[in-house]
Design a protein around this ligand. Structure first.
Ligand code: RTP
Ligand code: MG
Length: 135
C-alpha cells in the first residue's frame, strides 16, 4: 500500500447542482483526506493548459468551454492508493457506463458534463497538483 495524493476537480455542472458537500462526503467515507482545496473560475488559458494532453482531440473545444462555464472546486485528496480509489469513486467517463453508486452515475448528465475530474496516474497527479497548487 502506498500513501498517495491525487488532484480532483468538481466540475461546473456539479458545483451548479449544489452537490460539493455530497461529493466531499464520498471522498471522506472512502478514507480520502482533503488536504488542500480552492474554488476557482478557470480562465480559458488555465483550462486549455490543464487539458493540453487532449488538445488534438475532437472534443477539446467543447471540454474547455464546459470547464470555464462556471466555478469549479479543486482539491488534493490524500490516502492509501488515492489515485485509483478516487477513479473508482468517480466511475466511468461516460455516466451511461458508470457503475451504480459512483459519483458520475449519480450526479453526471453526459460525457461532457460529467461532474468530476481525477488524475489518472502518478505522474499526472504530481503535475496536476503542481499546476493548481504549486510545489
Ligand atoms: P477527466 O480527465 O475529466 O477526469 O476524465 P477521464 O479521465 O475519465 O476522461 P479523459 O479521457 O481524460 O477525457 C477528459 C474529459 O473529456 C471529455 N470527453 N469527451 N465526447 C467525448 O468523446 C469525450 N471524451 C472525453 C470528458 O468530459 C472527460 O471527462
Ligand atoms: Mg483524464
Amino acid at each position: 500500500m502506498s500513501l498517495e495524493r491525487t488532484l480532483s476537480i468538481i466540475k461546473p455542472d456539479a458545483v451548479a447542482k449544489n452537490v460539493i458537500g455530497e461529493i466531499y462526503t464520498r471522498f471522506e467515507k472512502a478514507g480520502l483526506k482533503i488536504v488542500a482545496a480552492r474554488m476557482a473560475q478557470l480562465s480559458r488559458e488555465e483550462a486549455e493548459g490543464f487539458y493540453a494532453v487532449h488538445r488534438e482531440r475532437p472534443f477539446f473545444g467543447a471540454l474547455v468551454e464546459f470547464m470555464i462555464s462556471g466555478p469549479v472546486m479543486i482539491q488534493v485528496l490524500e490516502g492509501e492508493n488515492a489515485i485509483a480509489r478516487n477513479r473508482e469513486l468517480m466511475g466511468a467517463t461516460n455516466p451511461k457506463d458508470a457503475a451504480p453508486g459512483t459519483i458520475r452515475a449519480d450526479f453526471a448528465d453526459s460525457i461532457d458534463a460529467n461532474a468530476v475530474h481525477g488524475s489518472d496516474g502518478a505522474d499526472t497527479a504530481k503535475n496536476e497538483i503542481a499546476y493548481f497548487f504549486g510545489a
